[in-house]
Design a protein around this ligand. Structure first.
Ligand SMILES: NC(=O)c1ccc[n+]([C@@H]2O[C@H](COP(=O)([O-])OP(=O)(O)OC[C@H]3O[C@@H](n4cnc5c(N)ncnc54)[C@H](OP(=O)(O)O)[C@@H]3O)[C@@H](O)[C@H]2O)c1
Length: 261
Protein backbone atom coordinates (compact mmCIF):
# COMPACT_ATOMS: atom_id res chain seq x y z
CA UNK A 1 0.00 0.00 0.00
CA UNK A 2 1.40 3.44 -0.97
CA UNK A 3 1.12 5.92 1.90
CA UNK A 4 0.40 9.65 1.46
CA UNK A 5 -0.34 12.46 3.92
CA UNK A 6 -1.18 16.08 4.44
CA UNK A 7 1.39 17.65 6.79
CA UNK A 8 0.38 20.77 8.69
CA UNK A 9 -0.54 22.29 12.01
CA UNK A 10 -3.48 22.13 12.37
CA UNK A 11 -4.59 19.45 9.89
CA UNK A 12 -7.74 18.25 11.57
CA UNK A 13 -10.02 20.23 9.21
CA UNK A 14 -8.18 19.32 5.99
CA UNK A 15 -10.32 18.06 3.14
CA UNK A 16 -7.33 16.70 1.20
CA UNK A 17 -7.70 13.07 2.43
CA UNK A 18 -11.32 12.88 1.18
CA UNK A 19 -10.34 14.33 -2.18
CA UNK A 20 -7.28 12.10 -2.76
CA UNK A 21 -8.72 8.87 -1.38
CA UNK A 22 -11.75 9.27 -3.67
CA UNK A 23 -9.37 9.79 -6.61
CA UNK A 24 -7.30 6.70 -5.69
CA UNK A 25 -10.45 4.60 -5.49
CA UNK A 26 -11.64 5.89 -8.84
CA UNK A 27 -8.48 4.74 -10.67
CA UNK A 28 -7.99 1.66 -8.51
CA UNK A 29 -4.70 2.98 -7.18
CA UNK A 30 -3.24 1.14 -4.21
CA UNK A 31 -2.90 4.16 -1.94
CA UNK A 32 -4.09 5.63 1.35
CA UNK A 33 -3.94 9.35 2.20
CA UNK A 34 -4.10 10.50 5.81
CA UNK A 35 -3.77 13.57 8.02
CA UNK A 36 -0.44 13.93 9.79
CA UNK A 37 -0.02 16.68 12.36
CA UNK A 38 3.52 18.02 12.35
CA UNK A 39 4.28 20.36 15.21
CA UNK A 40 7.95 20.96 14.55
CA UNK A 41 8.58 21.78 10.89
CA UNK A 42 12.28 20.95 11.28
CA UNK A 43 11.34 17.26 11.44
CA UNK A 44 9.28 17.26 8.23
CA UNK A 45 11.73 15.47 5.93
CA UNK A 46 12.77 12.98 8.61
CA UNK A 47 9.13 12.07 9.31
CA UNK A 48 8.31 11.83 5.61
CA UNK A 49 11.12 9.30 5.05
CA UNK A 50 10.81 7.42 8.35
CA UNK A 51 7.07 6.85 7.89
CA UNK A 52 7.75 5.66 4.35
CA UNK A 53 5.38 8.08 2.65
CA UNK A 54 5.37 7.95 -1.15
CA UNK A 55 4.08 11.50 -1.29
CA UNK A 56 2.69 14.29 0.86
CA UNK A 57 1.09 17.68 0.70
CA UNK A 58 2.28 20.42 2.98
CA UNK A 59 0.12 23.16 4.39
CA UNK A 60 0.34 26.05 6.86
CA UNK A 61 2.76 26.73 8.50
CA UNK A 62 5.36 24.37 7.00
CA UNK A 63 5.64 25.29 3.30
CA UNK A 64 8.84 27.32 3.69
CA UNK A 65 10.64 24.87 5.96
CA UNK A 66 9.58 22.03 3.63
CA UNK A 67 11.25 23.93 0.79
CA UNK A 68 14.47 24.25 2.77
CA UNK A 69 14.56 20.59 3.79
CA UNK A 70 13.88 19.04 0.35
CA UNK A 71 16.69 17.28 -1.52
CA UNK A 72 15.56 18.77 -4.81
CA UNK A 73 13.03 21.48 -5.69
CA UNK A 74 11.49 21.54 -9.15
CA UNK A 75 9.63 24.14 -11.23
CA UNK A 76 8.23 27.46 -10.03
CA UNK A 77 8.73 26.38 -6.39
CA UNK A 78 12.41 27.28 -6.80
CA UNK A 79 11.39 30.93 -7.15
CA UNK A 80 8.51 30.87 -4.67
CA UNK A 81 10.79 29.26 -2.06
CA UNK A 82 7.81 27.39 -0.59
CA UNK A 83 6.48 23.93 -1.49
CA UNK A 84 3.20 22.11 -0.97
CA UNK A 85 4.08 18.68 -2.39
CA UNK A 86 6.75 16.09 -1.56
CA UNK A 87 7.49 13.00 -3.64
CA UNK A 88 9.74 10.16 -2.50
CA UNK A 89 11.95 9.22 -5.41
CA UNK A 90 14.25 6.36 -4.41
CA UNK A 91 14.71 7.80 -0.94
CA UNK A 92 15.24 11.37 -2.15
CA UNK A 93 12.70 14.09 -1.33
CA UNK A 94 11.63 15.95 -4.47
CA UNK A 95 9.47 19.03 -3.84
CA UNK A 96 6.99 20.99 -5.94
CA UNK A 97 4.56 23.89 -5.58
CA UNK A 98 1.20 23.13 -7.20
CA UNK A 99 -0.62 26.12 -5.61
CA UNK A 100 0.60 28.41 -8.39
CA UNK A 101 -0.70 26.23 -11.24
CA UNK A 102 -3.83 25.44 -9.23
CA UNK A 103 -4.64 29.13 -9.03
CA UNK A 104 -4.13 29.63 -12.79
CA UNK A 105 -6.40 26.68 -13.53
CA UNK A 106 -9.05 28.07 -11.14
CA UNK A 107 -9.20 31.41 -12.96
CA UNK A 108 -9.24 29.90 -16.47
CA UNK A 109 -12.92 30.79 -16.84
CA UNK A 110 -12.08 34.48 -16.44
CA UNK A 111 -11.40 35.54 -20.01
CA UNK A 112 -8.98 38.20 -21.29
CA UNK A 113 -7.34 38.87 -17.97
CA UNK A 114 -4.37 41.11 -18.67
CA UNK A 115 -3.88 42.88 -15.36
CA UNK A 116 -4.39 41.67 -11.80
CA UNK A 117 -4.32 43.30 -8.38
CA UNK A 118 -3.31 40.83 -5.66
CA UNK A 119 -4.29 41.85 -2.13
CA UNK A 120 -1.92 40.41 0.46
CA UNK A 121 1.74 39.45 0.39
CA UNK A 122 1.90 36.13 2.26
CA UNK A 123 2.87 32.70 0.95
CA UNK A 124 -0.20 32.40 -1.25
CA UNK A 125 0.33 35.85 -2.79
CA UNK A 126 3.90 34.84 -3.70
CA UNK A 127 2.69 31.76 -5.61
CA UNK A 128 -0.13 33.67 -7.32
CA UNK A 129 1.95 36.70 -8.29
CA UNK A 130 4.77 34.59 -9.75
CA UNK A 131 2.34 32.32 -11.63
CA UNK A 132 0.68 35.38 -13.19
CA UNK A 133 4.00 36.99 -14.05
CA UNK A 134 5.26 33.81 -15.72
CA UNK A 135 2.10 33.88 -17.81
CA UNK A 136 2.84 37.42 -18.95
CA UNK A 137 -0.06 38.91 -17.00
CA UNK A 138 0.63 42.27 -15.38
CA UNK A 139 0.50 41.93 -11.63
CA UNK A 140 0.43 44.46 -8.80
CA UNK A 141 0.61 43.43 -5.15
CA UNK A 142 -0.97 45.53 -2.41
CA UNK A 143 -0.33 44.71 1.23
CA UNK A 144 -1.40 46.20 4.55
CA UNK A 145 2.20 46.53 5.69
CA UNK A 146 5.61 47.00 4.09
CA UNK A 147 7.42 44.05 5.69
CA UNK A 148 6.48 41.29 3.26
CA UNK A 149 7.11 43.27 0.06
CA UNK A 150 10.83 42.41 -0.25
CA UNK A 151 10.14 39.15 -2.10
CA UNK A 152 8.09 40.95 -4.76
CA UNK A 153 10.68 43.67 -5.25
CA UNK A 154 13.37 41.01 -5.71
CA UNK A 155 11.20 39.34 -8.34
CA UNK A 156 10.49 42.56 -10.19
CA UNK A 157 6.79 42.58 -9.31
CA UNK A 158 5.10 45.95 -8.72
CA UNK A 159 4.18 46.14 -5.05
CA UNK A 160 2.84 48.68 -2.59
CA UNK A 161 1.80 49.00 1.01
CA UNK A 162 -1.51 50.70 1.84
CA UNK A 163 0.39 53.92 2.57
CA UNK A 164 1.85 54.49 -0.87
CA UNK A 165 -0.74 53.00 -3.25
CA UNK A 166 -2.42 54.75 -6.17
CA UNK A 167 -4.97 52.42 -7.79
CA UNK A 168 -5.22 51.86 -11.55
CA UNK A 169 -7.64 49.66 -13.50
CA UNK A 170 -7.42 45.89 -13.10
CA UNK A 171 -9.31 43.13 -14.92
CA UNK A 172 -9.16 40.88 -11.86
CA UNK A 173 -8.78 41.55 -8.13
CA UNK A 174 -7.61 38.64 -5.93
CA UNK A 175 -7.96 38.50 -2.16
CA UNK A 176 -5.05 36.42 -0.89
CA UNK A 177 -5.15 37.91 2.60
CA UNK A 178 -6.71 36.02 5.47
CA UNK A 179 -9.30 38.81 5.94
CA UNK A 180 -12.69 37.12 5.74
CA UNK A 181 -11.38 33.68 6.67
CA UNK A 182 -12.42 33.71 10.32
CA UNK A 183 -13.73 37.27 10.57
CA UNK A 184 -15.82 39.75 8.62
CA UNK A 185 -13.02 42.12 7.64
CA UNK A 186 -12.45 43.51 4.19
CA UNK A 187 -8.87 43.20 2.94
CA UNK A 188 -8.60 46.96 2.19
CA UNK A 189 -10.40 50.23 2.86
CA UNK A 190 -14.05 49.80 1.83
CA UNK A 191 -14.45 52.94 -0.26
CA UNK A 192 -11.14 52.51 -2.06
CA UNK A 193 -11.86 48.85 -2.72
CA UNK A 194 -15.31 49.70 -4.05
CA UNK A 195 -13.77 52.11 -6.54
CA UNK A 196 -11.25 49.47 -7.70
CA UNK A 197 -13.91 46.75 -8.04
CA UNK A 198 -16.22 49.09 -9.94
CA UNK A 199 -13.59 49.15 -12.69
CA UNK A 200 -12.83 45.40 -12.58
CA UNK A 201 -14.55 42.48 -14.34
CA UNK A 202 -13.62 39.68 -11.95
CA UNK A 203 -12.93 39.04 -8.28
CA UNK A 204 -11.40 35.89 -6.77
CA UNK A 205 -11.04 35.03 -3.09
CA UNK A 206 -8.57 32.34 -1.97
CA UNK A 207 -10.83 31.68 1.01
CA UNK A 208 -13.34 28.97 0.10
CA UNK A 209 -16.75 27.75 1.16
CA UNK A 210 -18.31 31.13 1.87
CA UNK A 211 -19.12 34.50 0.39
CA UNK A 212 -16.56 36.68 2.14
CA UNK A 213 -17.17 40.43 2.65
CA UNK A 214 -14.71 40.94 -0.24
CA UNK A 215 -16.73 38.76 -2.64
CA UNK A 216 -20.00 40.33 -1.47
CA UNK A 217 -18.64 43.80 -2.18
CA UNK A 218 -17.32 42.69 -5.58
CA UNK A 219 -20.72 41.26 -6.47
CA UNK A 220 -22.37 44.56 -5.56
CA UNK A 221 -20.00 46.21 -8.03
CA UNK A 222 -21.09 43.73 -10.74
CA UNK A 223 -17.89 41.69 -10.83
CA UNK A 224 -18.05 38.02 -11.71
CA UNK A 225 -16.93 36.33 -8.47
CA UNK A 226 -15.33 33.04 -7.50
CA UNK A 227 -14.14 31.54 -4.19
CA UNK A 228 -11.00 29.45 -3.61
CA UNK A 229 -12.53 25.98 -3.83
CA UNK A 230 -11.26 25.29 -7.34
CA UNK A 231 -7.79 26.50 -6.38
CA UNK A 232 -7.77 23.90 -3.61
CA UNK A 233 -9.13 21.30 -6.02
CA UNK A 234 -6.59 21.92 -8.79
CA UNK A 235 -3.54 22.10 -6.52
CA UNK A 236 -4.79 18.70 -5.33
CA UNK A 237 -5.34 17.37 -8.84
CA UNK A 238 -1.79 18.36 -9.84
CA UNK A 239 -0.37 16.73 -6.70
CA UNK A 240 -2.49 13.63 -7.43
CA UNK A 241 -0.87 13.33 -10.86
CA UNK A 242 2.57 13.51 -9.23
CA UNK A 243 1.56 10.91 -6.61
CA UNK A 244 0.08 8.41 -9.06
CA UNK A 245 2.25 9.27 -12.09
CA UNK A 246 -0.97 9.28 -14.11
CA UNK A 247 -2.79 12.05 -15.97
CA UNK A 248 -6.24 12.84 -14.62
CA UNK A 249 -9.34 13.14 -16.77
CA UNK A 250 -12.62 15.01 -16.26
CA UNK A 251 -14.20 12.07 -14.49
CA UNK A 252 -11.46 11.86 -11.83
CA UNK A 253 -11.43 15.64 -11.36
CA UNK A 254 -15.21 15.60 -10.84
CA UNK A 255 -14.97 12.82 -8.29
CA UNK A 256 -12.24 14.70 -6.42
CA UNK A 257 -14.34 17.88 -6.56
CA UNK A 258 -17.45 16.14 -5.25
CA UNK A 259 -15.45 14.89 -2.28
CA UNK A 260 -14.29 18.38 -1.34
CA UNK A 261 -17.37 19.21 0.68
N1 LIG B 1 -7.98 28.00 -1.84
C1 LIG B 1 -6.78 27.53 -1.59
O1 LIG B 1 -6.38 26.48 -2.12
C2 LIG B 1 -5.85 28.28 -0.69
C3 LIG B 1 -4.50 27.93 -0.67
C4 LIG B 1 -3.64 28.64 0.18
C5 LIG B 1 -4.16 29.65 1.00
N2 LIG B 1 -5.49 29.96 0.95
C6 LIG B 1 -6.01 31.09 1.78
O2 LIG B 1 -5.29 32.26 1.44
C7 LIG B 1 -5.19 33.13 2.56
C8 LIG B 1 -3.76 33.57 2.77
O3 LIG B 1 -2.94 32.48 3.11
P1 LIG B 1 -1.35 32.69 3.31
O4 LIG B 1 -0.80 31.35 3.61
O5 LIG B 1 -0.79 33.45 2.17
O6 LIG B 1 -1.32 33.58 4.64
P2 LIG B 1 -0.11 34.43 5.25
O7 LIG B 1 1.21 34.00 4.67
O8 LIG B 1 -0.30 34.38 6.73
O9 LIG B 1 -0.40 35.94 4.73
C9 LIG B 1 -1.53 36.64 5.15
C10 LIG B 1 -1.61 37.99 4.42
O10 LIG B 1 -2.87 38.57 4.74
C11 LIG B 1 -2.67 39.91 5.20
N3 LIG B 1 -3.74 40.19 6.15
C12 LIG B 1 -4.13 39.44 7.22
N4 LIG B 1 -5.21 39.97 7.82
C13 LIG B 1 -5.52 41.10 7.12
C14 LIG B 1 -6.53 42.09 7.24
N5 LIG B 1 -7.44 42.04 8.21
N6 LIG B 1 -6.56 43.08 6.32
C15 LIG B 1 -5.66 43.13 5.33
N7 LIG B 1 -4.66 42.23 5.16
C16 LIG B 1 -4.59 41.23 6.05
C17 LIG B 1 -1.28 39.94 5.78
O11 LIG B 1 -0.81 41.27 5.78
P3 LIG B 1 0.41 41.77 6.74
O12 LIG B 1 1.67 41.41 6.01
O13 LIG B 1 0.22 43.23 6.83
O14 LIG B 1 0.25 41.05 8.04
C18 LIG B 1 -0.55 39.00 4.81
O15 LIG B 1 -0.13 39.70 3.67
C19 LIG B 1 -5.80 32.37 3.74
O16 LIG B 1 -7.12 32.81 3.92
C20 LIG B 1 -5.78 30.92 3.27
O17 LIG B 1 -6.80 30.16 3.89
C21 LIG B 1 -6.34 29.30 0.13
Amino acid sequence: MNKFAIFGNPVVHSKSPDMHNAGFKCIDFNGIYQKHLIENGDTIKEIFLKENYKGANITVPHKEIAYEKADEVLGIAKKIKAVNTYINKDGKVIAYNTDAQGFLKAIEEFKDVKSVLVLGAGGTAKAIALALKENNIQVTVLNRSEGKLKFFKENDIKCFSWDDFQAKNYDLVVNSTSAGLKDDFLPYDKEKLKEILKNSSYAFDCVYGKTTPFLALAKEQNCKIKDGKDMLLYQGVLAFELFTEKKTDKNIVNIMKNNLK
